[in-house]
Structures are given as C-alpha cells and as structure tokens.
Design a protein around this ligand. Structure first.
Ligand SMILES: C[S@@+](CC[C@H](N)C(=O)[O-])C[C@H]1O[C@@H](n2cnc3c(N)ncnc32)[C@H](O)[C@@H]1O
Length: 302
C-alpha cells in the first residue's frame, strides 16, 4: 500500500485531523459503499412510508456531496453520500450533515441551498461530539433514522456507538477502518505505542484486544529475558473480534463486506481496506429482522 493511501486511510493517530485537508481520492470501495447506502435509503424510506415515523438521515462524515475516485488509474467524480441521501425517493423528513472541515462545509451549504424543499441541518463538529448530542436531541419514539459512519480512519469512538445503539431507533452503515485496525495493532507488540493502544481501545471500546490478538513470544533471548509479545491473530480473526464487539452492542449486525483496494466487487485485489457493516439498534425482532434482511440482500448483490 502506498504512503499516500496509508496517510489518507489510516489516521494513525486516530485524530480528527488525520483525514487532512489535502485532496483525497477514493477507489472501487467508495463506489461499493455508496451503492449499498443508496439502495438501503430507498428501501428504508419505502418500507416506512406508510407509517407515522419521522424519517431522519444522519451523515456523520458528510464530505462535500461529491467524491473523486481513481479506479484502474482513471479519475472519476461521483455523487457522494449527502447527495445520494437527498435524492432518495421517498425522501427523509430531516437531514443532519456533520463535517469537520470548513472547506467541505461550504460545499454542503451550497448543496443545501440547491434543495430548499429539504429540511437540512449542517453541523461543523467532530462526529463523535455531534452524534452523542444528536442522540439526546430526539426521544426516538416517533423517529427512525439511518446513520452513515464513513470515516477515513480510526475516528469513531466506541462510546459514540453505545449512544447510537441506546436509541433503539437508528440503523447504521459503518465503514469500519479494517486497514487502520491491522496497521495499528502492529505484528510486534514493541511497535505498539501509547497512541496506537489508546486508539485501538477507543475504537473497540475495550482493551481486551490485547489478550485476544497477542501472545508472548516463546523464544527467549540469549540472556534469558523474554522477547515481548507478538500478534498471533491474523487479519480475519481481528475482524471477527470487531464483529463480536458490535454484535454485543447492537440488536443485529450483518457479516461485514470486506472492501479491497483494487479489482471489483466480485474479483477484488490488493489490500483489504475497509469492512462495511450494517447494524440495527431497534430491539424489536420484526424491525431488526426486516432491516438486516434488506441490508444482507443489498450486500449480497454488490
Ligand atoms: C470518507 S470522507 C466522507 C465521504 C462522504 N461520506 C461521501 O460519501 O461523500 C470522510 C470525511 O470525514 C471528514 N472528517 C474527518 N474527521 C472528522 C471528524 N472527526 N468528524 C467529522 N468529520 C470528519 C473529512 O473531512 C471527510 O470529509
């Protein structure tokens, strides 16, 4: 994986600034995640259109409404999540777009001006802060929401997911930073510094990953000292750990669709970069059963 991709995707320090303000190109994974989201938004609004609920769309890493991608060396510009959500028909009653960078907020504001008929709220904030607040802003009795979590890297805190799950009313599409996870959980535990450790714990909501991923190296050095720990969990096992964590929090979670750097959906190539999850927070079996069936069907056809 090139340095550019590393910097763009991994956010090694897990900070909000990790995405940077330089231009970012997506790839084949961008198209796949956006198609999944778009299909789900259509199905969600249709399924709830005969019910009394206020339908809300929340884009926590909203971007600009457009995405530049490079696929097989060819640059393209495609509609991003915010634009696709606004195009959903039937539409949502309310849209929340959260974004940190001022330049992107300007683009979102002009997108909102192009849609005067839509109820759009644009928030300049760190997604975690804004989402925790948003979860307390509604009663979640008469509201149902779809939330898109689309960070560049290790930005979504576990405590944010807890607040979302607690609402019992938000369906989540979470583009989990798979490459961020396995890069931060270094093969040799000596390379794990405090920043990486706290980033992993913040995203996974526990420090149990340490025991789950690492074992003490058997070999001792020539002076009888130990050789430190080594990660024995492979990438897949690490992702299984993530899935189990999410399943413990949400009412239902689909198996993740792993998105790769190259190829296409059916014949991927290159490094696995992200894992796309759908999670339902509604604890009513009929509600989460239908939501996950729709999401699974979408993921299967991508
Ligand atoms: C992968 S892009 C989102 C793309 C967008 N969902 C789309 O489809 O067009 C991630 C976005 O998150 C923003 N961002 C980075 N850190 C953030 C944070 N802590 N809170 C909110 N937004 C953040 C970046 O500026 C960037 O626009």
């Amino acid at each position: 994986m090139g340095q550019q991709v590393d910097n763009d995707l991994l956010g090694e320090d897990g900070n909000a600034s990790a995405g940077g303000d330089q231009h970012q190109f997506g790839g084949v994974w961008t198209r796949i995640k956006l198609e999944a989201l778009e299909k789900y938004l259509g199905a969600f609004n249709t399924a709830l259109s005969k019910q009394h609920f206020t339908r809300i769309y929340v884009d926590a890493f909203a971007g600009t409404g457009r995405c530049d991608i490079k696929v097989n060396g060819e640059k393209q510009s495609i509609d991003g999540s915010a634009r696709r959500a606004l195009a959903a028909n039937p539409g949502f009653h309310k849209y929340h777009f959260i974004e940190l960078l001022p330049r992107k907020l300007d683009a979102l504001k002009s997108l909102a001006e192009d849609h005067p008929d839509k109820n759009i709220e644009i928030v300049q904030s760190d997604a975690n802060t804004a989402l925790k607040l948003l979860c307390t802003q509604y009663q979640w009795c008469n509201e149902r929401a779809v939330l898109f979590l689309d960070p560049f890297g290790m930005h979504v805190e576990w405590t944010t997911l807890e607040a979302i799950a607690k609402t019992g009313a938000i369906d989540v599409w979470y583009l989990f930073p798979y490459a961020g996870l396995y890069r931060q959980a270094a093969k040799n535990a000596d390379a794990l510094d405090a920043v990486k450790e706290s980033s992993l714990s913040r995203v996974l909501g526990t420090d149990a990953w340490r025991q789950a991923f690492y074992v003490q190296k058997r070999q001792t050095d020539m002076f009888g000292g130990d050789d430190g720990d080594e990660r024995n969990a492979d990438h897949r096992e690490m992702l299984d750990f993530v899935s189990e964590r999410l399943k413990g929090l949400f009412a239902a979670v689909t198996a993740p669709k792993v998105l790769y750097q190259g190829g296409d959906s059916k014949n991927p190539s290159g490094a696995p970069l992200f894992a796309l999850y759908f999670a339902a927070s509604n604890r009513n079996p009929k509600a989460f059963g239908l939501a996950t069936k729709i999401a699974k069907d979408i993921l299967d056809t991508l």
